[in-house]
Structure formats: C-alpha cells, structure tokens
Design a binder for this molecule. Structure first.
Ligand code: SF4
Length: 418
C-alpha cells in the first residue's frame, strides 16, 4: 500500500480534487463517479476482482441511472452482439503480438515528473499525475494478462484483430500537422485536441523531444468499465474503443476513469465553439461513432473507425496521412503484415536487432494499444516550447479560453437552458 508520506497520497488527493471538479455540475453523483473510476483502475491493475467491482456498484448505478449496462472484460468490453454486427472472424496469429520488449513508465517515475512539470501546462502533468495516482502500486506487471495486440501469442493461437498505433518518436518533429488534420477531418470544436503533442526536454537536451498523445484504445479500458449505458465500448471487429453518440448520457465518468486524459466533453452546440461535423457518422453496425460529438456527449480520438471498415482506406487515419515524417502507423497489431507491424520489423532490421519501445503507464494494466518507438520521458523531463505552437496553426491550446470566454461556460449554459 502507498503511504501519504511518499507522495502517493498527495497525488491521489490531487487527482480526486480534479476528478470532482470534472464531475461537478454534471447532474450525476460525484462521489459515485470518483469511487467507480478509482475502482475500475484497481480492476485493471489486478487489485480488485471484476465481479466484486460489478456487484459493488450495481445497486447505486440502478438508483443513479436506472440502468447498469457496464460491459464485462470477459466479453471484450463490447456491448452484446447485434445481428450482423462485429462479424470479423479471428485470424491466424503466427508470430502475432509485438515481440519488442516494452518499458514500463512507472508511477513512481511519474510522481517525480509531477514535481518537474511547469505549473501552467497541465496536460503533460495531467497524463502522468493521473497515472501516478491511478491505482495503488500494482506490483509485478509481468503478471498482467496479455491482451490482443500487446502479448505474444502461442504458435497457432487465433487472436482477433486489435487495431493500434506505432508512433516513432525518433521521427516526430513536433510540427502539429497531425493535430490540425484531425481537427479538420472531424470538425472538432476549438480547444478540443484529440491528438496532442507534448514538447519536452531532458536536462541535457538542446533540442526538444516530442510525445504524441492519442487515445490508447486500451484492451482493458477503465473508461469502458464505468460507462452505465455501454455508450463507451470496444468494437469487437477491430478492438477500437468508441463512444456511441446516441447512447452517451454525458455523465463524464469515463473522463475521470481514463488515466491518459484524452476525453473532451461537448459542453454546448459544436457550432458555438467553432466545431461541427457533417460527414458520415455511423459505422457498418449503424452506431454513431465519429466526428465532433453533439452537445452533452463525450468525445475522444477514435482512430478514424469508418476508414478502418473501408477496404480502400483501412490502415489510414487523418493524422497518419498528414504526418510528413512517417512517424504514425495504424493497423492491426495482431497482423504481422499490418502497417505498424511492418514498420516495427523494418526498424528492427535497420537497427540490426531490437528497437526501444514503450507503452504509456503500462503498469496500470490497461493494456494500451499504442506502441512508442524511442525512450520514454525520464522523471527529470520538463515541458518546453516546441518549434511550432498551436497558435501557429490557428489552434487553441487552452480550452478554458473557449469555454469560459467573457462569461463562464456554466453561466452561458444556464442561460441557454433557461
Ligand atoms: Fe479509454 Fe482511450 Fe482512456 Fe484507454 S486511453 S481509458 S481507451 S479513453
């Protein structure tokens, strides 16, 4: 167990304070949201049985929401199958999984980073601080169950598709083209940055390094585990974690359960905030999963799910297409012939052996499906200015300036609802 005097208690308190702030004014039980988010992270960390987790909140969920459709890990965190849905079959997984060793970015290291993060720039600290608090120490992470895409399958074992990304941080030059392309393709509201690029430096660095944050499309996603309506779910055909915009009730529990800080709530009509999406929203299941979400609904990076269903555009994404440095690669991590697996193999061959890879906060047991090539930031890393600013692209980095403006967002919202 962690002790307050080692810093973990303080980080936990800070997380809880922020979680409460996120949930307040949302019209749902704040205590419940904080507790269920924390316990979902304990489930992924292997500290709490999923059965106990489900039982603990069943009654309160029914009381609060009148429904408890939380998906189960055993069902792949997907909603019950519908006729004709999720019909992609398993594929042979010879040599499947990603053989490169992964580096665990530990919560203790993250706590060190917390002290180093610049006070005014929250995202970087947010990501690691949340992870730092996320769960009690998980112990031996090698005991965490291997998931599709992340583990090494036994020869001949069939694994379903698991889409993910390989991001080569050694190629990223911080140009922010990926951020801009995502905003344009999805019609995102101002201040909503589904991909976000952190510029940081180690003490010895002259030039900045970069960390591209996207939704990690976790195999064991705490955001899915807390969703009362199963709006947040994994698409079984490819393992993408998506939100059903028709079903989301905007409780925001997913936002506090996610340790990566990738969720953005749509506070008002998208057009009010410079957003709005008029492209096709529904995937082949008929579920509305893409584009800037409507008012009152949670959105996040989707990995362009309509493209992944289209044989002509599979293995592409707006951010991937835009990256002139060839740093982003999307596809089925369980398929050795997919773009990310081929890219990893090429890097390995060019390096004459192995390449350093890591996944973010892997010790939390979320089984993230984004593999980074390069070294993770050390606890001494600090945020710095990149070569391009968000303002250079006409992007707004601090969402509060959009939401609050001359009047606080909550006042405008109250006036609209009156
Ligand atoms: Fe869910 Fe994405 Fe956060 Fe993982 S990174 S918990 S899939 S929102």
């Amino acid at each position: 167990m962690a002790h307050a005097d080692d810093g973990t208690g303080a980080a936990r308190g800070a997380w809880e304070a922020r979680a409460r702030k996120v949930l307040e004014g949302g019209g749902h039980d704040v205590d419940l949201g904080v507790q269920v988010a924390r316990d979902a992270q304990r489930v992924t960390a292997g500290e709490l049985e999923e059965g106990a987790f489900r039982e603990r909140y069943q009654h309160t969920y029914m009381r609060e929401f009148g429904v408890d459709d939380r998906p189960r890990l055993a069902d792949g965190l997907a909603r019950p199958a519908r006729p004709g849905a999720d019909s992609a079959g398993p594929r042979e997984a010879e040599g499947a999984g990603t053989p490169e060793a992964t580096v665990v970015l530990s919560r203790r290291a993250a706590l060190g980073r917390l002290g180093a993060a610049a006070a005014g720039v929250l995202f970087f600290g947010e990501l690691f601080r949340r992870g730092a608090f996320g769960a009690e120490p998980a112990g031996d992470t090698s005991a965490a169950p291997a998931g599709p895409g992340g583990g090494v399958a036994a020869p001949g074992q069939a694994l379903p598709a698991q889409y993910g990304m390989v991001i080569d941080l050694e190629r990223c030059d911080g140009c922010l083209e990926c951020v801009m392309a995502c905003k344009e393709e999805n019609g995102l509201s101002d201040g909503v940055l589904w991909p976000y690029v952190f510029a940081y430096a180690e003490p010895e660095d002259v030039d900045p390094r970069f960390l591209v944050r996207v939704c990690q499309h976790c195999t064991r996603a705490p955001c899915v585990m807390v969703c009362p309506t199963a709006a947040r779910h994994r698409r079984l055909a490819d393992g993408l974690v998506l939100s059903d915009y028709d079903v989301c009730i905007g409780c925001r529990y997913c936002q506090v359960a996610c340790p990566y800080g990738v969720n953005y709530f749509q506070w008002g009509d998208p057009e009010t905030y410079g957003g709005g999406f008029d492209g096709p929203r529904r995937d082949t299941r008929g579920v509305a999963v893409t584009g800037d979400p409507p008012k009152g609904v949670m959105g996040k990076c989707t990995f362009c799910p309509l493209r992944q269903e289209d044989p002509q555009r599979q293995g592409t994404a707006a951010c991937v297409d835009a990256c002139s440095m060839d740093a982003l690669h999307i596809g089925d991590l369980n398929d050795p012939d997919s773009p990310p697996r081929r890219y990893l193999a090429k890097c390995k061959e060019e390096a004459g052996g192995n390449v350093p890879t890591f996944r973010l906060l892997e010790d939390m047991g979320t089984e993230p499906n984004v593999i980074y090539i390069g070294q993770p930031p050390s606890p001494r890393a600090e945020l710095v200015d990149g070569p391009w600013t968000y303002a250079d692209w006409g992007l707004i980095e601090d969402r509060r300036t959009v939401l609050e403006g001359p009047k606080p967002w909550f006042r405008r919202m109250l006036e609209q609802e009156a």
